[in-house]
Design a protein around this ligand. Structure first.
Ligand code: AMP
Length: 290
């Protein structure tokens, strides 16, 4: 596996692959890799060669009060995990090169970026869409792979790709979970043992809502109530939001419809955890995916 730190070199390598008629796949990450990230790599390898994984802890998506400084960094372990999967290239640019002195251009997907995660984390999605657009421009991938764990992020990137006529296909991959259902996240490492135990309630809440839907519940407000009730049973958790939203607009809905998401954001101590469940209509049936 080749490790590339400079933008110019990355551009050259990726453009050469494209010129050779190869299908370039990009998996953008912030490192501290876990099975969730690795599942994106495997999905990319099924469709693309070469596969380029990027690791960049993007400062512009962290608010001043957030965890940029203490975000887990483990480059050597990450590199070993990517080597083992036979990833072609690790792209690990420096913040100085990504955001040199005088940097002043940001991209914002209006509307979608102000709801839910965007409301709780002002400026977050502006940072995300800016860095992803930069990565897309440097690598010019045919396909880029994102996790449904960050469903709003994936939706925003897809909208950006459409709006800006980008040549990159945005692929969304399933959520990978721990044995007790907690969605894998680099931030899970922050959890104290008792917070880690309490965090399993996110999955339990979604699973309870799934059972209610299977039993015929279609009232989205009642389902949101179910989510809050299960989360409320854990004293160590405080709920930021728990809602049923339209999967395209991320606006709240009052009744389940064609394409929805149950979305959660919860604090366990200082650690913010998110999760979601897709509710889709397929051949006249509601199919729920946790
Ligand atoms: P991050 O390093 O947190 O920025 O995540 C990089 C990519 O991995 C994003 O597209 C995430 O949605 C995805 N990802 C993170 N956790 C998971 C998970 N548990 N399952 C699937 N994808 C994930």
């Amino acid at each position: 596996m080749e490790t590339i730190h400079t933008l110019e070199w990355m551009k050259q390598v990726a453009r050469q692959a494209r010129a050779d008629g190869r299908l370039v796949g990009l998996v953008p990450t912030m490192g501290a890799l876990h099975e969730g990230h690795l599942s994106l790599i495997r999905a990319a390898q099924q469709q693309c060669s070469p596969v380029i994984a990027s690791i960049f802890v993007n400062p512009t998506q962290f608010a001043p009060n957030e965890d940029l400084e203490k975000y887990p960094r483990q480059m050597e372990a990450d590199r070993a995990a990517l080597e083992e999967l036979r990833v072609d290239t690790l792209f690990a640019p420096t913040a100085k090169e990504m955001y040199p002195e005088g940097f002043g251009t940001y991209v914002t997907v209006e509307g979608l970026s102000t709801r839910l995660e965007g409301k709780s984390r002002p400026g977050h999605f502006r940072g995300v869409s800016t860095v992803v657009l930069k990565l897309f421009e440097i690598v010019q991938p045919h396909c880029a792979f994102f996790g449904r764990k960050d469903a709003q992020q994936a939706r925003i990137i897809r909208q950006m790709a459409t709006d800006l006529n980008l040549d990159t296909r945005v692929v969304t991959c399933p959520i990978v979970r721990e044995a007790d259902g907690l969605a894998m996240s680099s931030r899970n490492a922050y959890l104290k043992p008792e917070e880690r135990r309490a965090a399993a309630a996110l999955y339990r809440a979604l699973d309870k809502a799934r059972k209610e839907i299977a039993a015929g519940e279609r009232d989205a407000l009642r389902l949101a109530g179910v989510l809050r009730r299960v989360l409320g049973e854990e004293k160590l958790l405080s709920v930021d939001y728990a809602e049923i939203v339209d999967a395209d607009t991320f606006e709240s809905v009052t009744r389940l419809r064609r394409n929805c998401l149950a979305v959660l954001a919860v604090f366990a101590g200082k650690t913010r955890l998110i999760d979601n469940m897709a509710i889709e209509e397929k051949e006249g049936e509601l199919v729920v995916t946790l």
